[in-house]
Ligand binder design. Structure first.
Ligand code: PLP
Length: 430
């Protein structure tokens, strides 16, 4: 059963979340335990009611399965309600709500296991990647390594720098069979000119989970900066950035985290913040400057957060993270991964289908990418969408012709079976 807005509000135990019902500062505070986000208690013996309730907290159409959280993730109703509430409150007061960024920053820092000084809100992963790529001190001839499957939001910031300043890009093909293989491929590219290693935590085309902790160790030993493109890992995997040990990390709110669109987060390790020269600056970058040339940056990564921002978006990020925490981070990962295995096992049995996502458990999570012999990505993708109302994502990066299926908290086993059925029928048409 789907919830209407009225039932949903009743479920939250509040009379209304109207425009003026909560104060702006209330919106900034973490929700008290007696105001849950409409979830049910989790019963491990019978988890179905819990997950059905999660699913009901998303706007959706019963005849249409959305399987592309790796591209754009829907926001849950509690997140959208928060966004609307903060927008309305701030509009009523005609305030920016800038003071609310700090409590939201604390939530975001806790979500990633780091401190508030180490994070800032950006507009998407690409912006976080760009801040790092533009800000590190590199000269013509210095080298950066990343994988050939890097998304344009990860590669183009570096290609731009190569184009403008002559830094050298070196790429490797990800190894889908072992973590050690990926480490070896990176090691083989390191030279005395290597200044930066950047890796997608989970690769966008085929969902390979990279051994980022081991790469961080390697980068440290070699004196390289290690940046993680976390567009596909924030909100999918359960990890702490401190534990990984990377120097910087960027992610999007609007994918697996389920925050509103045009949101993201950048982390830079405390002791290395000054090594990333700010490219975009303005109000809030410095509170100690003069026209005779003095410019002292504010403490922390938030020096990269300049000018007027949409505070409702930032509060939406914090709310989405609380929503994850309330479901349970490991539970989110396990649920999405179990569904992905269901897709994987089903597809493996279909003739002419090759699953490109690794079948080694530690190298994969909630993404499953497959190719069909003799078919283009566009053809498979179009068939699944038009004939079966299954919204996946075509994959053409690095010459691939494949389709990616992302499985998240609002997806179901039935939707996974529909993918398998749809691909089975597609193959019969060839
Ligand atoms: C690995 C990776 N990096 C960067 C991006 C770009 O994300 P955004 O458009 O949110 O900046 C994506 C988007 O899918 C991605 O998968």
């Amino acid at each position: 059963m789907r919830l209407g807005r009225k039932d949903f509000l009743k479920g939250l135990g509040v009379a209304a979340l109207g425009a003026t019902s909560a104060s702006v500062m209330d919106a900034a505070r973490p929700a008290p335990a007696d105001r849950p986000r409409g979830l049910l208690p989790f019963e491990s013996k019978n988890p179905a009611p819990f997950w059905n309730r999660v699913r009901d907290l998303y706007a959706r159409r019963d005849d249409f399965a959305y399987l592309n959280s790796g591209g754009l993730g829907p926001a849950s109703r509690p997140v959208l309600e928060k966004y609307d509430q903060v927008t309305a409150d701030l509009d009523l007061k005609v305030e920016t709500g800038h003071a609310m960024h700090e409590p939201a920053r604390k939530v975001a820092a806790e979500f990633f296991g780091v401190t508030p000084e180490e994070v800032c809100f950006v507009r998407n992963t690409t912006e976080g990647n760009s801040i790092v790529a533009c800000g590190l001190n590199m000269k013509a001839g210095d080298e950066v390594i990343f994988e050939s499957h890097a998304h344009p939001g990860g590669s183009i910031p570096w290609l731009n720098r190569a184009h403008r300043q002559g830094i050298v890009v070196r790429t490797f093909e990800p190894d889908p069979s072992s973590a050690a293989g990926n480490l070896e491929r990176i090691s083989a590219l390191i030279t005395p000119r290597t200044k930066v290693i950047q890796i997608s935590h989970v690769t966008a085309p085929t969902g390979i989970v990279m051994p980022v902790k081991a790469i961080a160790k390697l980068a440290r030993e070699k004196g390289c900066w290690f940046h993680v493109d976390g567009a596909q890992s924030g909100g999918m995997l359960n990890f702490s950035l401190r534990d990984i040990g990377c120097d910087s990390y960027a992610t999007s709110g609007h994918k697996w985290i389920g925050a509103p669109r045009e949101t993201g987060l950048l982390f830079i390790r405390r002791d290395r913040i000054d090594e990333v020269a700010p490219t975009f600056v303005g109000a809030y970058t410095s509170d100690d400057f003069s026209f005779s040339g003095k410019l002292v940056y504010v403490d922390g990564v938030k020096r990269h957060e300049y000018g007027t921002r949409n505070t409702a978006l930032i509060m939406g990020v914090a709310e989405a993270m609380r929503f994850h925490d309330e479901i349970g981070r490991q539970r989110v990962l396990d649920y999405g991964t179990d569904l992905a295995w269901r897709v994987h096992r089903g597809l493996e049995r279909i003739p002419r289908v090759t699953v490109l996502t690794p079948s080694v458990p530690e190298l994969r999570a909630a993404i499953t990418t497959f190719a069909v012999e003799g078919a283009t990505a566009a053809k498979i993708f179009g068939y699944l969408l038009d004939r079966h109302q299954l919204r996946c994502r075509p994959v053409t990066e690095d010459g691939l012709q494949a389709v990616r299926v992302s499985t998240h908290v609002f997806n179901t086993a039935n939707e996974c079976d529909r993918v398998v059925q749809g691909v089975t029928e597609f193959v019969r048409t060839l």
